[in-house]
Design a protein around this ligand. Structure first.
Ligand code: 5RP
Length: 223
């Protein structure tokens, strides 16, 4: 009799495997989401070995502080050796869609600064082409409708994320029906639209390592 795999168990396995990248004295970049919550729980077990963390969301900051882990303001930190975060989708080149939890802007800032970006996920997140997961885009509220019209011209179907305000006071459009064949190109193109704060494609700066947990165990790509 085969036992069903609990997706949350897979997230935990991927998250705990990322602890091997954490070395004594580090300030650790910490992402956001249910997979990262397992990573924070694991980080708490070695908290006396690290200097602290920088966090990509108010939710992660709260969880880190609950464990007594020091959270630094990014302006106090000049380098982040390792950033650990989840993803909504990844392709084989470690280009990602992120922002399902709405924390994409701070996530992209920390990913940019990080020397090594370790992405943690269950194997359902690995896809042949990005775009099945609706692409989150953080927008300045007054530009929302204008940007939505531009996204329709690109073949997308943007949906306003109702009753959601980002940690930066902005709104999110979730764009359905995009087949993202050239992720870095689309990311750059959308980056040029005024009013877009952050595009949830992480392809110009992809992950360096992907830790994937599946029914056959944990494997790493990119190392
Ligand atoms: C939050 C994110 C998350 O990393 C992404 O949504 C994956 O979340 P989860 O680990 O809960 O599946 O980008 O903005």
């Amino acid at each position: 009799m085969s036992t069903a795999i609990n997706p949350d168990d897979l997230k935990r396995q991927a998250a705990l495997a990322a602890l091997e990248y954490i070395k004594p004295g580090m300030i650790v970049g910490v992402g956001t989401g249910s997979t990262v919550n397992h990573f924070i729980d694991g980080l708490a077990t070695i908290k006396h070995t690290i200097e602290g963390a920088v966090s990509s969301s108010n939710a992660s900051t709260e969880r880190l502080r609950k464990y007594g882990i020091t959270v630094f303001n990014l302006n106090e930190v000049s380098e982040i050796p390792v950033y650990v975060d989840g993803a909504d989708e990844t392709n084989q080149y470690l280009q990602l869609i992120k922002g399902g939890g709405g924390a994409l802007t701070r996530e992209k800032i920390i990913a940019h600064l990080a020397k090594t970006f370790v992405c943690i996920a269950d194997e359902s997140k690995l896809v042949p082409m990005l775009g099945k997961f609706p692409l989150p885009i953080e927008v300045i509220p007054m530009a929302r409708s204008m940007i939505a019209r531009e996204l329709v011209k690109l073949g997308g179907n943007p949906v306003y994320r109702d009753d959601f305000v980002t940690d930066n006071g902005n709104q999110i459009l979730d764009v359905h029906n995009l087949e993202i064949m050239e992720p870095a190109k689309l990311e750059a193109q959308l980056n040029n639209l005024p009013g877009i704060v952050t595009v949830g494609i992480f392809a110009i700066r992809p992950a360096d390592v992907l830790i994937l947990a599946g029914k056959d165990g944990v494997r790493k790509i990119g190392e």
